[in-house]
Write a protein that binds this ligand. Structure first.
Ligand code: 5CA
Ligand code: ZN
Length: 409
């Protein structure tokens, strides 16, 4: 699949700092040590009801990761998937009487437009689940041949007991796992499973549903977790730097994905850090497609909201906190954007050398975007109050905000 166009990232003077980031598996902050090419996999959308502010907030967090790495003069190898076949997508297509492929294509196109408008840097590889199927089938066969997967009435399940590290990503106990598994696409109640938590790797063809040739597995379609594993292993390999997504993916999705990969390769870990963004809510509940309490990036754009203001609204909250989208969050961002634009539109101003370092330090410190915004606010306030004589300063502030925060002033 094609991704979307990249906005240019201005080069800043000097060099950025190494990223310290909260890792769900260790429960603490770790300093990543990527090589010259940093590797990141971020779970993509299931393409229906895209792009709501929760999606946008999560992709904003991982866009910041890329920008911090680029500022350390590394290359970034970024991979993202599109879950373009899965139960919820098929259910939505049936509900609305539309063709599931058309629904997926339309929503993926909208997502690309929204990502472009928000200046999110595109992945180098943007891969759909459907196009990944030829690579998924041999992985499931290998797991089965190695005794890490078993057949249940034609479906193939992964045996979580095959991975000695199972449970280490989320750190949850068995009861919590069982509850979340039932909530998030698993089937712990299905009789005949070796462990109630075992997730499906390959689902035998169901009447009225799409299916693909699964070689020795029979016709069917892939499970959700193996999709991301196949794509990540194909394009990044084991031990890549960051596996990212919203906090609702820590269990079961990232836990199962890590176990699939570890059972397949005998290596550990799948990713150096598992990074999770908090949940954005609306009216006291998590914004979610199933609840339907959604604010869409595209609807705001249609209403004439500047995408730079949407981006500033996302940046005003720390990526790990759960927060509420409100009209006020957006109104504050619109006001801030106007203030910053006025401040950089003058021919000179106070020196911005300290500001560059403050923004760098804030983002390297577990992507503390609110602290980065506060630093720019301080420079803009000084510009408003006293001005300055540094002719390069307004341009440097613009380039810093663009390069590190993805906001074009
Ligand atoms: N296709 C799978 C991942 S392989 C999936 O979870 N798709 S999704 O469309 O449901 O979500 C896409 C991303 O947005 C995921 O990282 C998810 O954790 C994140 N996300 C979904 N809802 C919210 C929310 N309310 N707040 C923050 N992030 C969210
Ligand atoms: Zn995923």
């Amino acid at each position: 699949m094609h991704a979307w166009p990249a906005s240019e990232v201005p080069a800043l003077p000097g060099k950025g700092r190494d990223l310290r980031i909260h890792d769900t598996a260790t429960g603490g902050r770790i300093t990543l040590d990527p090589g010259p090419v940093a590797r990141i996999y971020v779970c993509g959308i299931t393409p229906y009801d895209a792009t709501h502010m929760g999606h946008a907030a999560t992709y904003n967090a991982f866009d910041l990761v890329q920008r911090v790495w680029l500022d350390t003069k590394r290359q970034v190898h970024y991979v993202q998937n599109v879950t373009d076949v899965d139960d919820p997508l098929l259910e939505r297509a049936v509900r609305d009487g539309q063709d599931w492929t058309e629904l997926a294509e339309r929503e993926t196109a909208l997502f690309r437009e929204d990502m472009t408008a928000l200046r999110m840097l595109p992945p180098r590889h943007y891969i759909g689940a459907v196009e990944a199927i030829p690579g998924i089938v041999p992985l499931v066969e290998r797991l089965r041949d190695a005794g890490a997967a078993y057949d249940l009435d034609g479906d193939v399940y992964f045996s979580v007991d095959a991975d000695p590290h199972f449970g280490e990503v989320s750190g949850l106990d068995a009861d919590a796992m069982r509850l979340l598994s039932a909530e998030r696409g698993g089937d712990p109640e299905r009789p005949g499973k070796k462990n109630p938590l075992d997730p499906m790797l390959w689902m035998a063809a169901r009447p009225g549903e799409p299916s693909w040739d699964g070689a020795s597995l029979g016709d069917g379609r892939p499970g959700w977790h193996i999709e991301c594993v196949a794509i990540a292993l194909d394009h990044l390999g084991m031990g890549f730097d960051i596996q990212g997504g919203g906090s609702d993916l820590a269990f079961p999705h990232h836990e199962m994905g890590a176990s699939h990969a570890q059972a397949l390769t005998g290596e550990h870990p799948f990713a150096q850090a598992y990074v999770h963004a908090g949940m954005v809510g609306l009216d006291g509940e998590k914004m979610s497609k199933s609840r339907g309490n959604l604010v869409f990036v595209s609807a705001l754009r249609r209403d004439g909201v500047d995408p730079a203001a949407i981006r500033l609204a996302l940046l005003s909250r720390h990526y790990r906190s759960d927060w509420e989208w409100t009209d006020q969050v957006l109104a504050d961002a619109v006001e801030r954007l106007a203030r910053w634009r006025a401040a950089v539109s003058r021919p000179d101003g106070p020196s911005a050398d300290v500001l560059v370092e403050e923004v760098r330090e804030a983002l390297a410190d577990d992507l503390d975007s609110p602290a980065a915004l506060a630093a720019v606010d301080r420079w803009a306030a000084l510009q408003g109050a006293e001005g300055g004589t540094d002719e390069g300063a307004p341009g440097l502030v613009s380039r810093t905000v663009d390069a590190l925060l993805g906001v074009a002033l």
